[in-house]
Design a protein around this ligand. Structure first.
Ligand SMILES: C[S@@+](CC[C@H](N)C(=O)[O-])C[C@H]1O[C@@H](n2cnc3c(N)ncnc32)[C@H](O)[C@@H]1O
Length: 210
């Protein structure tokens, strides 16, 4: 099935040169609204998971300790160029969201934009985000989700066979995913294309379900 980490590494390596043309302008407002919801403070340690080419960077405060990771070296290189250009003090490296290379409780803020709908196993990515977040840390998510109130119907599940292969899953439900991973959602706002794209801010409630 075309929903594996190996496939994601290959296709995002191919997408990297054209990613900004597709995803910069289209998501500016959604990114800003998502990141504006974070309670920022100087000196916070911030991790961007699946950071892509760094399109979140313009909306981040500068006085933070910034770390970022992505599966694809081609994305990491573009992130590095953008972060340098914007004057960030940062560290970026190739990293799988399912195995974050950081100790427990290390971060004040974890940003996951347009990655939970892409990963084959979002539960695992959220488990890792939970592990590396401090007890009072904030998880900032922006992505496309199926409404929490009802599971995806057959039409959406059929369309999903195609969207998953080339872009993204459209049947995942943010509420159950986050609560099963041990988060409490503090804000949940529709930010684009009706209720398809949502920005959520969550904090840790307890250990995630295993
Ligand atoms: C849709 S793009 C989003 C990029 C960026 N977060 C943004 O908002 O523009 C998905 C990104 O996730 C990365 N990715 C996919 N699977 C990943 C994984 N398992 N670990 C880390 N990054 C991953 C891809 O390489 C790609 O850069």
């Amino acid at each position: 099935m075309l929903n594996t980490t190996a496939w994601n590494r290959l296709r995002y390596t191919l997408y990297a040169p054209v990613y900004d043309a597709v995803a910069d302008r289209a998501f500016r407002r959604a990114r800003r609204r998502s990141l504006d919801a974070v309670d920022w403070a100087p000196g916070q340690r911030v991790l961007i998971v699946g950071a892509g080419t760094g399109l979140d960077l313009p909306y981040l405060p500068r006085a933070i300790e910034l770390h970022a990771g992505d599966l694809c070296p081609a994305m990491v290189e573009r992130f590095r160029v953008r972060a340098d250009g914007l004057g960030f003090d940062f560290s970026v490296r190739e990293m799988d969201a399912e195995r974050l290379d950081y100790p427990e409780g290390h971060f004040d803020v974890v940003v996951m934009h347009l990655i939970l709908a892409v990963m084959p196993n979002p539960e695992c990515g959220l488990g890792e985000a939970h592990r590396v977040l401090a007890d009072d840390g904030q998880l900032c998510v922006m992505d496309k989700f199926q409404p929490d109130e009802h599971r995806a119907g057959w039409v959406r599940r059929t369309v999903n066979l195609v969207t998953t292969a080339i872009a993204t899953d459209i049947t995942r439900q943010a509420g159950p995913l986050l609560s099963n991973a041990g988060f409490i959602v503090e804000r949940d706002e529709a930010v684009m294309m009706g209720t398809l794209f949502r920005a959520l801010l969550a904090r840790k409630s307890r250990a995630p379900d295993r």
